[in-house]
Design a protein. Structure first.
Ligand code: NAP
Length: 211
């Protein structure tokens, strides 16, 4: 269904393997800072830089994302990348969401600053940058002074469309959470309790029994 004219929608793209409080806090910070009406979390299918076997099956990542956002009335989850199947390219994500949201919606693609720095290696970067505004969430210890170098010839043209959002340092990453779980350590208070219960019940990331 098309949005009201001039609606501002955040699109939170990520592998979310698993989703954690860092992602949720970043989305909420972006919503506030950019006056977004709502945020759509979009779990990626197979990320281009990863092998299918390296990521947790899509149904688990989708359900964890759903469980994580349920308590926030401004958050929702889209299956657009999962239903398209195969490797996820952001150019396809934005094209499909544009169809759903209509021409008058302002789209803000939110993702990690380190992901944005790789944008020249993405499929059709010029088109991607012209399809939405970008919010690059900085992580603790990560400067964005490299943005100009990373964007190369596209920097001049698109710098106004890339916004940097500094979020309070939480130091949480999906990689660290997976490592902790594999080592039998706790991830309580790094992920929402609902996600923690799902991981435990499904025995994801090598979990055996209660943590
Ligand atoms: P990634 O390389 O796994 O993540 C890069 C860094 O950014 C990680 O430190 C990650 O932290 C963080 N991050 C990822 N999503 C975030 C978010 N929404 N908010 C805050 N931090 C975030 O990146 P990815 O998750 O696979 O991809 C990120 C997005 O870029 C996805 O939507 C993906 O489809 C898109 N992408 C597109 C292309 C392409 O079109 N060719 C290529 C690469 C990525 P965590 O590990 O803690 O999440």
């Amino acid at each position: 269904m098309a949005e009201l004219k001039g609606a501002r929608v955040g699109i939170m793209g990520g592998t979310f393997d698993p989703i954690h409080y860092g992602h949720l806090a970043a989305a909420e910070a972006a919503r506030e800072a950019f006056f977004l009406d709502r945020i759509i979390f979009v779990p990626a299918g197979i990320p281009p830089h990863k092998n299918e076997k390296e990521v947790t099956p899509a149904r688990h990542r989708f359900l964890m994302t759903l469980l994580a956002v349920m308590s926030n009335p401004y958050f929702e989850v889209s299956r657009v990348d999962l239903d398209r199947g195969g490797v996820t390219y952001t150019v396809d994500t934005l094209r499909d969401l544009r169809k759903e949201l209509g021409p008058d919606t302002e789209m803000y693609f939110i993702t990690g600053a380190d992901a944005i720095l790789e944008i020249l290696s993405w499929k059709d970067p010029r088109k991607v940058l012209s399809m939405a505004e970008f919010i690059a969430v900085t992580r603790p210890g990560y400067g964005l002074d490299k943005l100009a170098a990373a964007l190369g010839p596209l920097y001049q043209e698109f710098q106004d469309r890339i916004h940097i959002l500094e979020v309070p340092p939480m130091g949480i990453s999906s990689t660290d959470i997976r490592r902790r779980l594999a080592e039998g350590r706790s991830v309580r208070y790094l992920v929402p309790e609902t996600v923690f219960t799902y991981i435990t019940n499904q025995g994801l990331y090598g979990v055996k029994g209660e943590r």
